[in-house]
Design a binder for this molecule. Structure first.
Ligand SMILES: Cc1ncc(C[n+]2csc(CCOP(=O)(O)OP(=O)(O)O)c2C)c(N)n1
Length: 803
């Protein structure tokens, strides 16, 4: 018996020794990756570098507490953590540094992002979900500091839902009883951002399993922490969040970034509290260092004192780890030196492999280009110039794709007057290469799988004469009721969405009917409402996040733009977050309750679907389409449409409205007006008035702005009317300019136009208050009538004399 216990003790201590040495190996591997990474940038082999040196020890500790099914949402310092988990090889790390566009070489971003942007792949190649509970997961990083926080909240919130919403219990690929922890990392300076505070407060309120580790190295680039944080310490500043024996809140832990044992213990405690009790934890890791400074963009000698630089050397976490290992008797200095030499050799080997693969692809393209140019040169009258271009290309040091393509394009330009026979081969090769480059650099803005909106089933709304006339909001209410019943993954959240069923009553009674885990209230925090939705959508749920009024989308637009809209693109189809953002806008009064900032939306949300339904029947059909697909979307309902009467379709919940297909609301022959949303009614009223004086308008509702008229319906209309006016209530140069550009650039209508294409929009300022304010700020029926009349007058002044 005694022998057995002895064995167990020995086994335990050998496991511990293995663990410590394994952690040392990852820490030192990661350190050498950082050191070599910086050199690669200075040798001109990579454009920029930001590294995780000085933060290694905390990350091996975090990796120990991280379990399958868990999610990380962090930032650019986390290479050690990803390596220790086995989710990032050194070769992949360098592939990203070089911007290798192959998704196998760089599975996180396919060369689309700066180095240090980590992600695991949640999706199979066909866009279907992998079993997330059987893998380690990292949400895809973004560069804006603290923008990882709102989705971190959502990732943690998903566990809360999976634990409490019994109808989700079969979704075991996504959660096992909501036991998954969402682990966040953030730099100390970035905790000054509003998103950080908003996310922490929400996590405390919601009591979600979220661990936030703050990597505190005392600086935010050059600015010391006293300038960033009250009392110079985020854990001090946030003491009010600390839970007590009687009140829920956060657990706040502080630990030094060089203290291995304390780190392992702290992360283990944090993980347990979050996982078992759903208590959020703030883990403030202090006394971290930055041996090579912030990034390759500058040197920290410029702003750190000599004393500080010396302190950073003395308290380097790897140095301290070595001391700890030796003093605890886990290994001798010689043994650690050996391990380090091995790790260094391995980093070099993998770095070289990454470079050879990256460079090899380019070199092969370069060689092919050179061979073709030289061949053609022999037959061409521009021989000397072509050979010169080829020679210049050959001499380029560390050539990149741009060098090859730009040389080939110059050659083709030189060859423009020569026959096809001479240049055909080069031109064909170039076209094929450009197809590949399109895929490398410009693909996956939207889903390229069967889960895209384009693949959704089209089912028309079934309305008969007997279909009852109801308030528009009742159509939405019936739709949401149906969807809550039929789709267990669907839930809605937002300010006033739960108890009263949103301020316009589309969810009225649905919380009482379907429960608080399906239809829920949030506090006033647009940014993290969206983050909550993004995080939950990343974990297989179908959230509908409500922004009470379109004007307040501004609080969330940064996150939508930087995170949600770029997600498919920046992971090259590796992750998806099918979040629907629901809001209402257009046509009320005053600066903050009537906006229609479509230009802002259209410019910043490429990568999302943007729907602008003219009524609630269309809105419900659009929601049905979106819920069939996996693409993120913004739907802007008409604020003045909830009480207007519409006929209730018999197949509510099932009919769909296709994306990118405009609808001709009124046929006409003199002029096409292209519009959407609330403006449809104004344009239709104007059309009726104009009909009385013999002007026939064709009125088109575009229905969705992204995608835009994928079948060229507007162009066909212009071929008939030969005149076009784009109308909306955004500022001039906003939504109307976008629509005009889409039609002119993509629909070849120039030759059919008898009059200059024109726009009519609101005044350039935000609208004035009250009905009069609306009338004088936004396009009215009279404005429309006069504008159209003016265009017709220019065509036929006799028939339509000047006003
Ligand atoms: C919203 C935003 N503002 C500014 C930057 C530029 N920037 C990148 S890193 C950084 C400092 C971050 O410091 P800290 O959070 O302490 O993290 P550390 O780099 O020290 O680990 C700044 C200002 C950014 N990426 N995003």
């Amino acid at each position: 018996m005694a022998g057995k216990i002895q064995d167990q003790v020995q086994q335990a201590s050998s496991i511990q020794r293995n663990q410590v040495l394994e952690d040392f190996r990852w820490a030192i591997t990661s350190r050498h990756a950082s050191l070599m990474g910086r050199k690669e940038v200075f040798m001109g082999k990579a454009k920029f570098g930001i590294f995780g040196d000085g933060k290694e020890l905390a990350q091996v500790a975090m990796a120990r507490a991280f379990q399958k099914g868990d999610f990380r949402a962090g930032y650019y310092r986390d290479q050690t953590f990803m390596m220790a988990l086995g989710e990032l090889t050194v070769q992949q790390y360098f592939a990203q540094l070089y911007a290798h566009t192959n998704v196998v070489a760089d599975p996180a971003s396919a060369g689309r992002l700066m180095n240090g942007h980590f992600a695991t792949r949640s999706l199979n190649e066909d866009g279907s979900w992998k079993a997330l509970t059987t893998q380690y997961n990292s949400a895809a990083d973004v560069s804006p500091t603290a923008a990882q926080m709102p989705k971190l909240l959502g990732l943690a919130f998903a566990s809360k839902l999976y634990r409490n919403n019994k109808s989700l219990k079969d979704l075991t690929d996504f959660s096992v009883h909501g036991n998954e922890v969402a682990w966040g990392t953030i730099g100390n300076a970035s905790t000054s951002e509003g998103m950080f505070f908003e996310s922490l407060n929400a996590a405390g309120v919601l009591q979600v399993p979220m661990v936030v580790a703050v990597w505190d190295d005392g600086f935010g680039i050059s600015v010391p922490k006293e300038f960033h944080t009250t009392k110079g310490s985020i854990s001090e500043a946030l003491l009010g969040l600390q839970r007590t024996t009687t009140e829920k809140g956060f657990e706040i832990l502080r630990v030094k970034g060089w203290d291995y044992e304390a780190l392992v213990q702290a992360f283990a405690i944090a993980g347990r509290l979050a996982r078992e009790e759903h208590v959020p934890v703030l883990l403030h890791v202090e006394e971290m260092t930055q041996p090579q400074g912030h990034s390759t963009s500058g040197s920290h000698e410029r702003y750190k004192s000599k004393d500080r630089l010396q302190w950073e050397k003395d308290w380097d976490c790897i140095l301290k780890f070595r001391e700890y290992i030796i003093s605890s008797g886990f290994a001798t200095a010689d043994h650690l030196d050996e391990l380090e030499a091995e790790a260094k050799g391995e980093v070099k080997r993998q770095k070289d492999a990454a470079w050879n693969e990256f460079n090899g692809e380019i070199k092969s393209e370069l060689d092919q280009a050179l061979a073709l140019i030289r061949l053609i040169a022999e037959k061409s009258s521009r021989k000397i110039a072509l050979l010169q271009l080829a020679d210049d290309l050959k001499k380029t040091i560390n050539p990149i794709r741009k060098d090859v393509v730009s040389t080939v394009r110059k050659c083709l330009f030189l060859l423009r007057t020569e026959g096809d026979e001479i240049k055909k081969e080069l031109a064909n090769w170039y076209n094929q290469l450009q197809e590949k480059n399109q895929d490398r650099y410009n693909s996956h803005l939207y889903s390229q799988t069967e889960f895209s909106v384009g693949h959704c089933k089209q089912i028309p709304a079934h309305v008969t004469e007997d279909s009852p006339l109801v308030d528009g909001r009742e159509i939405l209410q019936a739709f949401f009721d149906y969807t809550l019943e039929h789709n267990p993954r669907f839930f809605a959240l937002g300010e006033d969405v739960g108890k009263i069923g949103d301020v316009n009553q589309a969810f009225a009674g649905l919380q009482a009917k379907h429960g608080e885990w399906r239809v829920m209230d949030t506090s006033i925090r647009e940014c993290t409402i969206i983050g909550q939705g993004i995080g939950a959508a990343l974990r297989g749920l179908r959230p509908m996040a409500e922004i009470q009024y379109l004007d307040y989308l501004l609080y969330g637009i940064q996150l939508l733009s930087d995170d949600l809209a770029t997600l498919t693109y920046r992971t090259k189809g590796g992750q998806k977050a099918p979040l629907i953002v629901r809001t209402r806008g257009h046509r009320l009064e005053g600066v903050w309750h009537s906006g229609s900032p479509m230009g802002m939306i259209l410019s910043s949300l490429r990568g999302m679907i943007v729907c602008v339904p003219r009524n609630m029947t269309q809105a419900a059909g659009m929601y049905a389409t979106l819920l069939q697909s996996d693409e993120p979307a913004l739907v802007i309902e008409c604020l003045n449409g909830y009480r207007l009467k519409e006929q209730m379709p018999q197949n509510i919940g099932e009919y769909t409205v296709p994306m990118g297909i405009p609808e001709v609301l009124r046929e006409g022959k003199d002029l096409t007006v292209v519009t959407y949303g609330s403006m449809c009614r104004i344009v239709l009223d104007a059309a009726s008035e104009l009909a009385e004086i013999g002007i026939s308008l064709e009125v088109i509702d575009v229905q969705t702005l992204l995608p835009f008229d994928t079948q060229g319906i507007i162009g066909q209309s212009i071929q008939k009317t030969n005149r076009v006016l784009f109308a909306d209530e955004d500022v001039p140069g906003g939504g109307t300019a976008y629509m005009m550009q889409q039609v002119l650039d993509h629909q070849g209508v120039y030759a059919y136009l008898d009059a200059a294409p024109q726009t009519i929009a609101a005044q350039a300022h935000r609208p004035a208050y009250s009905t009069d304010g609306d009338y004088f700020s936004k396009p009215s029926v009279e404005d429309l009538v006069e504008k159209v009349y003016q265009i017709m007058h220019e065509s036929n002044p006799k028939k339509f004399p000047a006003l």
